[in-house]
Each structure stands twice: as C-alpha cells, then as structure tokens.
Design a binder for this molecule. Structure first.
Ligand code: PLP
Length: 312
C-alpha cells in the first residue's frame, strides 16, 4: 500500500451550538492521509494506480487546470509508485514555472502537456484518448479529478471506515466521484448531504450519469439518489470564488477546532452545515463531515483579503 489511511481519524467536534441542539458532529480527517495526496485524492487514485500494474502499463495520463489538486496528487502518487505520469493541463499560455502547483508536478517527474481550452474540452473524447495514447505509449488514462469507476470504488472505503452510527453525512462536490462512492456504502437509514462548489451545478444528474455509467443499474441508481439532499446555494459566487465572510468562518473554525478548511470546497461545505444547523435542520442528529483535503498541511498561512488563514 502506497499510503496508509490510519491517520484519517474520526475527530469529534465540541461546541455550544452542538451541545444545545443535542447534535454529535464528527469529522473524518482524510486530509491527514498525506500533505500532497490529501483527502479524497488517494481514495480516487488507489485503484487507478493499481490498474496501471494490472494492465501492465508504464504510467498514467490525467487532466487538470493550472491549480489542480488532482494533478499534484497524481504526480506525487505516481512518483512514489515508480510509474510515469503525464498531466494534460488546460491553458497553452502556461509552462512548468507558471505557479507552485505546476512547478511541483514537474519536480515530481510529471510530464506536462499544455493545451488550449478548446483541446482541453476533448478530455473525455475517445479519439483524443487514442491520440494521447499514440503520443504517450502504454499509459493508462485517468479522467479529470479521478472521476471514474475506480475512483468511486476507492471513495467507498471512506465511509466503510466510519465506526459510529450516523444519521447524516456531509461532503463537498466537484465531479461527484467522492459523493457517489460514499452513497454506494451509506448506512441504510442515513442521508447524504452534498454541497457543490460550482454554481448552477446539477448534482443529481451528474451523480446519476456517473453511477449509471459505472455500475449499469439504473433502478439501483434511482433508489440510491433518494438518499441525497443537495445544498446548492453555498457556492459563494461559483467555483473558486469566496467572500470575506467565508474566510472569517474558515479562520474561526481553525481557531476553535484546529481543523484547516479550504475556500474552494471544504470551507463552503462546513459553512453550509453550520448554517443548516442554525436553521434547526439537524437537532438530535449524529453527523459525519468528510474532510476531502484541499490544503497543504496545517501550517499553511495565506493572506487573502487581509485575512491570514491558519497558524493562530
Ligand atoms: C478538496 C476537495 N474536496 C472535494 C472535491 C470534490 O470531489 P469530487 O470531485 O469527487 O466531487 C475536490 C475535487 O476533487 C477537492 O479537491
């Protein structure tokens, strides 16, 4: 096993609002798995990297934007596994030194192929995959964000590790791979609350597509989707957007609980959870929040809008 998930503890959160409303809140700390292959990244890569060995391939090809957590995680895990890695990056104006993420990917031995936005849109196209396979021989293709069957199966393991009895699970959404994996193993009477980081995202349809495409059982998919509740109004303006209120919440949460959250995914989801708790929607419930990572370690300090995140 390349990475151990033993560090991913279930941390109980204590606060007055939780006590007053008789709510038990636990955070599944997948962000502690590794500083680079953090959160859901190892879950999604685990069986994909195993596929490289099973199919006797030399390496992986994957896709991502300039600041992609998935690209850096793939570079890092491939480096550790001793396999080659190719990253197809959105933006032909970029190069290896354009930012810290790309520099680090390159340092870890990932070959970066910078493509136009138009070409990047072909990321799921079979013909394009054939072209890539011709250029980078004997490589296994992993979709953007690790969003395939193997990524989903890896994410099932997150929820299988939870040993407390729970009523609700909260998780952030990008490609829906993590939430679909969790849904497949969710306890019978529990509900899954998803918070998309993108504005106007059709969570249920995206989940339906991934589940149907991966497990080919439409009736089961519809039955599973009954357990999903979408909080679609916590995107703070859309993917990558944030407000001072969100940053203040993240910093206060770190101060109170020593749990770092990021402003793209987990911060928004935790904000959603506490807002809904204040609305009285979770009284007397036991909730598990899945920490999907997104930050590089707890000593991360960042100046954003005059607010420094972490290191109190
Ligand atoms: C930190 C973090 N949380 C959540 C997500 C969303 O996960 P998914 O794409 O599986 O829906 C991502 C993106 O992969 C992420 O980087």
């Amino acid at each position: 096993m390349l990475y151990s998930t033993e560090n991913s503890i279930l941390q109980k959160i204590e606060s007055d609002i939780l006590t007053n409303r008789n709510i038990k809140l636990y955070i599944k700390r997948d962000d502690l798995i590794d500083s680079e292959v953090s959160g859901n990244k190892w879950r999604k890569l685990k069986f994909n990297i195993e596929q490289v060995r099973v199919l006797k391939k030399e390496g992986v090809i994957t896709f991502g934007g300039a600041f992609s957590n998935h690209l850096i995680a793939t570079a890092s895990a491939s480096n550790r596994a001793g396999i080659k890695a190719v990253g197809v990056v959105r933006g032909n104006e970029l190069n290896e030194n354009s930012n810290e993420t790309l520099r680090r990917c390159s340092e870890l031995g990932m070959k970066l192929k910078f493509v136009s936005r138009e070409e990047y849109r072909l990321k799921n196209d079979k013909m394009y995959h054939n072209e890539l396979s011709y250029e980078f021989e004997n490589h296994y293709i992993v979709p953007e964000g690790g969003g395939n069957f193997y990524g989903m199966v890896g994410c099932q393991e997150i929820i299988n590790e939870i040993e407390v009895k729970y009523d609700a699970v909260f998780v952030s959404q990008g490609t829906t791979t993590t939430s679909c994996g969790i849904l497949l193993s969710l306890a019978e009477n529990a509900q899954l609350y998803v918070v998309p980081a993108l504005k106007g995202y059709n969570s249920i349809q995206e989940m339906r597509d991934l589940l149907n495409y991966s497990i080919f059982a439409e009736e089961l998919t519809e039955e599973l989707l009954q357990k999903v509740i979408v909080y679609s109004e916590y995107h703070f303006g859309g993917y990558g957007s944030y407000t001072i209120k969100l940053l203040q919440f993240i910093q206060q949460f770190y101060k109170n609980h020593k749990v770092p959250l990021d402003q793209v995914y987990t911060g928004k989801t935790m904000f959603a959870l506490f807002s809904e708790i204040e609305n009285g929607n979770f009284d007397n419930k036991t909730i598990v929040f899945i920490h999907t990572g997104g930050i590089q370690g707890t000593k991360f300090v960042e100046q954003k809008e005059g607010i420094s995140l972490f290191e109190e």
